[in-house]
Every structure is written in structure tokens, then in C-alpha cells.
Write a new protein. Structure first.
Length: 324
């Protein structure tokens, strides 16, 4: 299977209104049943601007009122807010986060929350909870992850998170966004998931890695590697690879660390880099094919990052390979 697939475009949705009822209907459609109470609607203004593709969404909101909203449980959705103006607080049964401008907060999944704000302007990133669960399984063998705090664990991690979200925002706003490519989108979700379990307090931070019982056979490792080789051109998950080898994800992580000195996803990235290398070698430099288009097709969202990885392995820039 090749890396080519039907590529959904980034969707843009822009909405502004001076009608509080229309604003509430829009937020309910986007975030589910959040019951809002507004203290005043004088000179009301609301703006909502969404850029999204598949499982990744980034919203920019402006809401002029002072208000509260009681929201039902976000079971399978993770929301991250960065306050860019006004006031915002997020309260659950056991914690409260009052944000200053520039602060970031996780809306904790799995529990009801109350959101309070005044003349708020914010950016909200959304993605499925399963992305963080997959990262937890990849990094430390945890089948589940529970978030125990709403704020980043440190100022440094906060800066790292904002930089990560900024990168994703730039990709969503870029004409002909590379996030339309399935492999780039999958890699970007993996990047976000890995960042989430490092930045926001969660149960993986107090657990110890537990590989599965016993060792798996070389044949099982080979089946997993062969599965990756065959399916490198499409998004694949750790669970799929483990199922092919008839082992648990934890056992597979331990086996790949021993055999290949990397994770299954690390091995997958090696394979995709090798496929991109072969495509660069086979491409006629007189055509309009670019390094960027080949990198995107094989799941590398940034040509600069691709060039660094490529040079590390092949000892020369990818454009040199393409030209020669």
C-alpha cells in the first residue's frame, strides 16, 4: 500500500453574532450540552472561528458577556484552552483553575465541569481522549490514563505545550495544509498525545513501566515488523501491530526496545523515512515533485524536521538526493 490516500481538506467555520441565543446554539453544537447563564446581554458580541481536519480542531472564541456554563461529561473528547483575553476559570468536583491571560488549562475528561468567564477570548484545541491513551500505552505500558490536574506541571512544560499547539495551528492555517495527508495527520496526533501525557498531571507520572509477562518469540517480533513494513503507507496503531503478533502492546514495546532499540512507532518512522529516501532517488528532478511533497506523503509534517532526520541517516540533505 502506498502513502497516497483520499485527503480531506481542512474545514474552516467562521461565525459572529450579536444574538446570545444564536451564540449558545453554536457552542452547544460544537461542544455538547453546556447550560449557559449570562449576567448581561447588553452590547453582546460573539465570535467563533474553527479550523479542523478529522480528529484535530482549533477554535478561537470571543464572548463579551460575563457568564457561567455547566457542562456534561466530555467522555471521549479532550479540550485545552489558552486564555488570550479577559477572564476564565474551570471548576470540577475536586479542583479549580483560574486562568490569567496566557495560561493554559485542560478541561478534565470524564467529569462534569463549570466554566466561568468575563469578556473572554480564548483558543481551544480539541482531540480524542484515545490519542492520550495511545501515548500512555506507548510510553509506559498503561492501558488507561486519568488526568489529575488541569494546569501544566511546570512553566517549561507550559511553554512546550504552547509551542506544540502553535505548530499545529500554523499547519491548520496553511493553504494546502499538510494535515490533509493521512500520515501527517496521524503523526501530528501522536505528537499531541505524547505532549499531553508529559505536560498535564496524570497517572502515568506516578506509575512504573510494566512490560508484559515473559518474553515474546523472535517470530512474533518479525510478524510485527513485517506488518509495519507492509502497512507503512497508512495510519496504523500500536494495538493493530500487537494484534498481528498476538501479543500485548506492553510486550511489543519491550521486544522492540530489545531487538531494534526503539519503539514500534520509532521503527515505523524509520520505515517511512526509508520509503521517502527511495522516492527521492527515483524521482526525476525535472518534474515538479518537491522534497516537501514527498515528506508530507510519508508522514513528516515539517520539511525542516524531515531534513534533519534525513541528514542524520543518509548524510546529505534530501534536496541533494532529489537533484542527483
Amino acid at each position: 500500500m502506498t502513502a497516497d490516500a483520499q485527503q480531506p481538506a481542512v474545514e474552516w467555520f467562521d461565525f459572529t453574532t450579536s444574538d446570545p441565543a444564536a451564540a449558545q446554539a453554536t457552542t452547544r453544537e460544537m461542544y455538547g450540552d453546556c447550560r449557559q447563564t449570562l449576567s448581561s446581554t447588553e452590547d453582546f458580541a460573539f465570535g467563533f472561528h474553527r479550523r479542523s481536519v478529522a480528529d484535530i480542531g482549533l477554535d478561537r472564541l470571543a464572548h463579551s458577556a460575563t457568564a457561567t456554563a455547566d457542562c456534561d461529561v466530555f467522555e471521549d473528547l479532550m479540550l485545552f484552552a489558552c486564555l488570550t483575553g479577559g477572564r476564565l476559570s474551570v471548576t470540577s468536583s475536586d479542583q479549580e483553575a483560574a486562568l490569567n491571560v496566557g495560561d493554559t488549562a485542560l478541561y478534565p475528561p470524564g467529569v462534569p465541569i463549570r466554566i466561568s468567564w468575563s469578556d473572554m477570548r480564548a483558543e481551544v484545541l480539541s482531540m480524542p481522549l484515545r490519542v492520550a491513551e495511545r501515548a500512555a500505552a506507548e510510553s509506559c505500558g498503561e492501558d488507561e490514563v486519568r488526568f489529575t490536574g488541569t494546569a501544566p506541571v511546570s512553566p517549561a512544560m507550559d511553554r512546550f505545550w504552547r509551542s506544540t499547539v502553535g505548530f499545529v495551528s500554523h499547519q491548520l492555517e496553511t493553504p494546502d495544509s499538510p494535515l490533509s495527508a493521512p500520515l501527517v495527520r496521524a503523526e501530528t496526533l501522536d505528537m499531541l498525545g505524547a505532549a499531553v501525557v508529559q505536560v498535564f498531571p496524570n497517572t502515568t507520572m506516578t506509575s512504573h513501566y510494566r512490560p508484559g509477562p515473559g518474553q515474546i518469540s523472535p517470530a512474533a517480533v518479525r510478524r510485527a515488523a513485517d506488518f509495519i513494513d507492509v502497512h507503512a503507507g497508512r495510519p496504523i496503531t500500536l494495538d493493530e501491530i500487537a494484534a498481528e503478533a498476538s501479543v500485548s502492546p506492553q510486550e511489543l514495546n519491550a521486544a522492540f526496545a530489545s531487538r531494534f532499540e526503539t519503539t514500534p512507532f520509532g521503527y515505523l518512522r524509520r520505515v517511512r523515512l526509508a520509503r521517502a529516501h527511495r522516492e527521492l532517488q527515483a524521482t526525476d528532478p525535472a518534474t515538479e515533485v518537491t522534497v516537501s511533497s514527498i515528506a508530507t506523503r510519508w508522514g513528516f509534517p515539517s520539511p525542516e524536521i524531515f531534513a534533519v532526520h534525513y541528514h542524520d541517516v543518509y548524510g546529505q540533505p534530501p534536496d541533494h538526493t532529489l537533484r542527483n
